[in-house]
Design a protein around this ligand. Sequence first.
Ligand code: 2AM
Length: 175
Amino acid sequence: MSEASRSQRLFFALWPDAGERRQLAALLPVLAQGGGRPVPADNLHLTLAFLGQVTPAQRQCMEAWADTLNPPPLELILDRLEHWPGPRIAWLGPSAWPEALDVLAASLAEGMRQCGLQPDTRPYTPHVTLLRKAPGLPAVPTGLPVPWRTRSFVLCESRSDGDGVVYRVLRRWDA
Ligand code: 2AM
C-alpha cells in the first residue's frame, strides 16, 4: 500500500466525558428548532488542532510531539453561543479561557510545522460545533453554561461513512 493510500484525516481535540456530552447533547433538539443539522451527540468535541490528511510518518511524528506535552488542567465554562455564516455552523465555546488552552493549541500547531504540516493561521477560537448548515444564530437554550473540566486530550480520526462523518479516538494523553 502506498503512503498516500494509508493516510488518515486526523485532529487533536478535547473530548467530553459522558456527563459533559449529555449536557451538550441536551441542547441540540432545542437549537435545531431554528433550522440546521445537529451534530451527532457522539461527535461532539472541541478541536485543538486540525491536522487534515496525514501520512503514517506524519502521524508518528505528531504522536511523538504530543508525548512531550503535559496535558494541563483546564476548567472551561462554555457560555458563548455563536454563528459563523461562512461555514454555516452554530457553536458553543467559552467567552474567556485559561492561557494554558492557547498554549496547548499553539504547541500542537508548532508540532505540525515540525512534522511538515501546515497549521491554521487564524487565531485559535475554542468551540464545539453544535449545528451544521445553520441559517443563523439560534435562540439561547436553557442548560447554559456547560462546565467542562479536563486534564487530557485525544487524537481522533475522521472518516466519512456515506451519510455522515464518524470520529474515532485513536489515542489519549492524560496528565
Ligand atoms: P468545525 O467543527 O468548526 O467544523 C474535525 O473535522 C474537526 O476539525 C472539526 O471540529 C472541525 O471544526 C475542525 N476543523 C478545523 N479546520 C478544519 C478544516 N479545514 N476542515 C475540516 N475540519 C476542520
